[in-house]
Design a protein around this ligand. Structure first.
Ligand code: PLP
Length: 430
């Protein structure tokens, strides 16, 4: 492109990070199924290892297929750089890794994907890190939770199991005042509905397993860096702002500026943690992401129809889709997710736990799975599956009460989705 006009979302979703293969002219990004790359000569090898020249060394660090996807997601999110990882959970560890150290903590929203609550409550303690969970609607509680050891603040745009939208503007203002990076899991919104960096996020993480790939074929994750955080403004982030002993004393921020986090994540994070995306997985996600805009438009259009139909149905107690006027988070839709309130929400079935179980077993088009963001419509009853280890009070706090099921609305014909819910609700509440 010769003019400086910024390209639109759908153009970037197809073209960003990709150009015809320099060796063959292949139009699609080839699957570079290779572990290593031949150095031109010893000097070239040395320059690559010194980060004096950017190039390929070994596929645990970088691979051309995987890099094409990283560049594409960075472009869609409006970030400076990105790192692809083996899963969404790997991306979360990779996002925290350059920031944290033993004794440091992350302040996280209580409204998170169940697996993330688990990872943050228990597993990260093995690294000497910890998480403090607070209600992000209570900004005073958020401020109070931040202490001298806090190194990051973490939330989701549209929080799982659905129905909640985080006020990213308010949360990022608190982070700015505290000099801390805000990490936003944008899995359920995708950059088509919300670009968290525009609302002040420092890092954006994704489970590429979900909408980015879009068809339930891949496990993957991405961390996007805004490139906007000043790591040297305090002494809180020595891995980035001081000589890094894990990389022969390189000062990443001084040497690489806005790309400090991205390069550290590759040169140290992927090198030593090895949570690398494989080129085959990147290929599937590159194919899926081309239609992200088309799919998301249909996902939210269908979600609206289904949510409105459910809300009007006497067999249903309530519906949590934030696009409904009845939602306490309805006001945030226009500001945070103006193109639609996502396609993930819960509803309460009259008849409680037993009716929910019968509903799940009676659906034919919907698949009963622990996944979301598929082209197919999906359902899960959190209280008997993902949230069954929690007691009832904790289930209710997490939005996963026994009488609630979660839907991930697909892109089938809305009339067929509704017909399936209608026949299953009849059986469930008979
Ligand atoms: C699925 C999911 C994750 C974890 O991603 P994996 O790819 O399954 O590791 C994290 N956050 C959210 C919001 C998710 O939906």
């Amino acid at each position: 492109m010769t003019d400086a006009r910024p390209q639109g979302f759908d153009t970037l979703a197809i073209h960003a990070g990709a150009k015809p293969d320099p060796a063959t002219g292949a139009r699609n990004v080839p699957i570079y199924q290779t572990t290593a790359y031949v150095f031109r000569d010893a000097d070239h090898a040395a320059r690559l290892f010194n980060l004096q020249e950017v190039g390929y060394i070994y596929s645990r660090l970088t691979n051309p297929t995987v890099m094409a996807l990283a560049e594409r997601v960075a472009a869609l999110e409006g970030g400076a750089g990105a790192i692809c990882c083996s899963s969404g959970h790997a991306a979360q560890i990779m996002a925290l890794f350059p920031l944290m150290a033993p004794g440091r903590n992350v302040v996280a929203s209580t409204r998170l994907y169940g697996g993330t609550i688990q990872q943050f409550s228990n597993t990260i303690r093995k690294f000497g890190w910890s998480a403090k969970f607070v209600d992000f609607d209570d900004l005073e509680a958020l401020k109070a939770a931040i202490d001298g050891d806090t190194r990051a603040v973490f939330c989701e745009t549209i929080a799982n199991p659905g129905g909640y939208i985080t006020d990213l503007d308010a949360v990022s203002a608190v982070c700015d005042a505290a000099g801390l990076p805000l990490i936003v899991d944008n899995t359920t919104a995708t950059p088509w509905l919300c670009k968290p960096i525009e609302h002040g996020a420092t890092l954006v993480v994704h489970s590429a397993t979900k909408y980015l790939t879009g068809n339930g074929t891949v496990t993957g994750g991405v961390v996007v860096d805004s490139g906007k955080f000043d790591w040297s403004a305090s002494d809180k982030f020595p891995s980035l702002s001081q000589p890094e002993p894990a990389y022969h004393g390189l000062n990443f921020h001084a040497a690489l500026g806005a790309m400090a986090f991205t390069f550290h994540s590759i040169a140290v994070g992927l090198r030593d943690l090895g949570m690398t995306m494989n080129p085959q997985g990147a290929h599937y996600t590159l194919m899926g992401i081309e239609t992200l805009g088309l799919r998301m438009a249909r996902h939210v259009e269908n979600a609206k129809k289904v949510a409105e139909w459910l809300e009007a149905d006497p067999r249903v107690d309530y519906v949590t889709w934030p696009g409904l006027k009845s939602s306490p988070y309805h006001d945030r839709v226009a500001r945070i997710v103006p193109k639609g309130a996502g396609a993930l929400f819960t509803f309460a079935v009259k008849g409680g736990y037993e009716a929910c179980v019968r509903l799940v077993d009676s659906l034919a088009l919907f698949s009963h799975v622990a996944n979301l963001g598929d082209t197919r419509s999906l359902i899960i009853h959190p209280a008997s599956t993902t949230h069954r280890q929690l007691d009832e009070a904790a289930q209710i706090r997490a939005g996963a009460a026994p009488n609630v099921v979660r839907l991930s609305i697909g892109i089938e014909d809305a009339a067929d989705i509704i017909a399936d819910l209608d026949q299953a609700l009849a059986k469930a509440t008979a």
